[in-house]
Design a protein around this ligand. Structure first.
Ligand code: ZN
Length: 266
């Protein structure tokens, strides 16, 4: 049982000069799982460095692509637009290939993320954390939120980069108990309905979007037009499904704790 309390609280703490590195697997994940959080960090003056590991080549485009343009190119442009909407200060594309799902031949592609030297990539991210003087890394929970191999790889990258640098790291997740009572979520089509994410008791940190932040998140999600159409965002139920973002903190309290306006009372 949980109760979410919105509290106006004192004036928001400014975060100028503070930096977080947010690592995601595919274009669109940054908006779906962390869009409101990134927008709030940026609005408070924090520097958000977004790392996107793959170009999401294995996604299914909703519309035929323009002649001569491949999906990777389209999706790189989409994540650039979404990043701008969310106030990302720097976008880093690791340029690995979307691995696709277990059993697909794409998992064996030499540039697939799951074929990469993950320790080497983690050192690349650790170098980025140090160069940016970031105080925290955001990646995914132990199951990559819903089990996609690229998400699990990103979890390993984030955790290892945080270990190498000694910074706090946050596992981005979803509260599966909350979503059980919410409307349709994009994760519902990703398989394992109601088994993704974490239970409420495991979540340490939650951010509840303001209407402005939620609007930015919606715009950022729709920037991924090759994957997400307005018809997929359950009109009146959109806020219920997407206004909360959830994290499990590993390490000392850091940047995201300064944001929290949703307190999970377990
Ligand atoms: Zn993804």
């Amino acid at each position: 049982m949980s109760l979410l309390v919105d509290s106006p609280g004192p004036a928001p703490q400014r975060l100028d000069g503070r930096t977080v590195v947010v690592v995601h697997a595919h274009p669109d994940d940054e908006a779906i799982f962390t869009g409101a959080t990134i927008r709030r960090l940026a609005d408070r003056g924090a520097r958000v460095v977004l790392v996107t590991a793959t170009a999401g080549e294995m996604g299914t485009p909703r519309q035929p692509l323009p002649r001569g343009v491949d999906l990777a190119t389209v999706r790189r442009r989409e994540v650039e637009a979404a990043a701008e909407t969310l106030g990302v200060a720097r976008l880093v594309l690791l340029d690995r290939r979307d691995s696709g799902l277990p059993g697909w031949s794409s998992t064996a592609h030499p540039r697939a993320l799951v074929q990469a030297d993950l320790a080497g990539l983690a050192r690349t991210i650790a170098s980025l954390v140090e160069a940016e003087q970031a105080e925290a890394v955001v990646a995914y929970d132990a199951d990559g939120i819903y089990g996609h191999p690229d998400h699990i790889a990103v979890r390993l990258l984030g955790r290892y980069a945080a270990t190498l640098t000694g910074v706090t790291w946050y596992e981005a997740t979803v509260d599966r108990e909350h979503l059980h009572f919410a409307g349709e979520h994009l994760l519902d089509d990703a398989g394992g309905r109601r088994r993704y994410g974490r239970v409420t008791a495991e979540i340490t940190t939650a951010v509840a979007a303001t209407p402005e932040e939620l609007a930015a998140k919606c715009t950022a999600m729709l920037a991924h037009a090759s994957q997400i159409g307005p018809d997929m965002l359950d009109g009146p139920g959109f806020a219920e499904t997407y206004e909360l973002e959830w994290f499990v903190r590993r390490g000392r309290p850091a940047l995201l704790e300064t944001l929290g306006n949703a307190h999970a009372l377990v």
